[in-house]
Write a protein that binds this ligand. Structure first.
Ligand code: GLU
Length: 306
């Protein structure tokens, strides 16, 4: 029997309502603290073209670390396996903005989804493109088939003014020789990249090439080959949801990437993407209601990678 995705989304929407007041909106980027924790949106983009949404699925939000997935895809597409000389592929087991591991691992970040790794990816892109942040933005516009997608300049500036920890990380990597561009250039570009705003619906569409084994489902354009798409999906599963990726895999069972704006993009390979947004975060930095919504989604649909 066909799965009634719309009915499932509406059930989840009702179920998560009591959770919306339990999470805490990110405050370390002051501009993000202005967003109400009461938002909840969810969008499903099936590779066969069907779409389903509920709640605030059309409202734009700060995608933050979800952009790391797209920046990595672009760098991997351009540079291939050379990127793994500068960034690892293991979960860090540490907070996403930690400095300690980087010191004893000599400036090589554990993976591309912690901040250190994303800064290196931004640096790699800056060697290829005039502006790394513009390259990521343009890439996301193509993937979402929407030229209006843009940065939120207030969020970018707000993060840049408070980027002491990311700047420290960048300096440490520069000292170890793992950053080619000036620290301030990489930080400014990274903050703009993180400030790209999109809705659940737009993100679900933009990420669909990964669920479709590397090709854009509606026009067949190959972004990554089958094997590269598999590798990125594996990294999402092991490293995509901060230092609780193991628990996320246990509860949800899908490759996913989350951000401190409260968005989570998850894939059911070969079938669909599902994006949820709710700005209240749990202690690990994942959307509290978002993780629960995805857990219910895989339970109610019977879809996971396991
Ligand atoms: N721009 C944020 C930072 O670097 C992204 C964090 C996140 O979403 O994980 O702190």
């Amino acid at each position: 029997m066909a799965i009634d995705y719309q009915a499932i989304l509406e059930t989840i929407y009702q179920e998560v309502q009591p959770l919306l007041s339990q999470g805490r909106v990110a405050r370390y980027i002051p501009e993000l603290s202005k967003v109400s924790a009461q938002h909840f949106g969810m969008a499903v983009f099936c590779l066969d073209g069907r779409r389903f949404t509920v709640g605030d699925a059309q409202t734009k939000f700060s995608t933050q670390s979800v952009t790391k997935l797209f920046a990595l895809s672009l760098a991997f597409e351009r540079e291939g396996d050379a990127i793994w000389e500068r960034v690892g592929r293991e979960p860090s087991g540490n907070p996403f903005n930690s400095l300690s591991q980087l010191e004893y691992e000599r400036g090589i970040p554990r993976n591309p989804f912690i901040n250190a790794g994303a800064l290196v990816i931004n640096d790699i892109l800056a060697q290829r493109f005039a502006q790394a942040d513009m390259a990521v933005l343009q890439f996301m516009r193509v993937l979402a088939d929407d030229q209006k997608i843009d940065f939120d300049r207030d969020v970018a500036l707000s993060e840049q003014r408070h980027a002491h920890r990311n700047t420290a990380i960048a300096h440490l990597m520069k000292d170890f020789g793992n950053l080619r561009n000036p620290v301030d250039v990489v930080i400014a570009s990274y903050c703009r990249q993180c400030a790209i705003t999109m809705s659940c619906e737009e993100l679900a569409k933009a990420g669909s090439f990964l669920a479709n084994h590397g090709s854009i489902p509606w026009n067949g354009t190959q972004i990554l080959d089958y094997s590269s798409a598999k590798r990125l999906s594996a990294l999402m599963l092991t490293c995509g949801t901060y230092d609780v990726a193991g628990d996320f895999a246990f509860r949800v069972g899908l490759p996913a990437k989350s951000g401190v704006g409260g968005g989570i993009l998850a894939l059911v390979p070969g079938e669909l993407t599902v994006v949820v947004w709710s700005p209240g975060l749990d202690a690990a930095g994942n959307s509290l209601a978002g993780v629960m919504a995805l857990e219910r989604f895989t339970t109610l649909t019977g879809r996971s990678i396991f």
